[in-house]
Design a protein. Sequence first.
Length: 137
Amino acid sequence: MERNGCFFQLAYNPTLPAYFVFLFETAQTALTGADVYYWFIAGFGDLNRLRNSNFSAIDSPTIDAFISLIVQGFFCYRIWTLNKRMWWLCLIIAIVRTVRFLSALFVSYTLLSRSFPWHRRSGQHGVASKLVTPNYR
């Protein structure tokens, strides 16, 4: 690392992950707004609209998984660059973030497979259907 003025120059641009996080957060906000419009404005008074999860299966677990992967990876990199003797801590963080990312993708796949129309023939509906429709067996 070279010292330029009062700031260190890193080998890569540390603002690049921040731009990706900003783009993912913007996409998540737009998808959440589309869900709110679909459920509460376009479907006002229609309880059947709440059974369709629309974009919530994408914007909550999937985009959060990518955001946490980027942020935790950046912090792992910063810990390693500040103190190279803490490589074991970076390894633990990398393992935990990878397991969390894969489990979030599994949850996303499960939610997406339940919320799209080809699974509705079998009687499964969106995520909110279990909250809206009582189970009378």
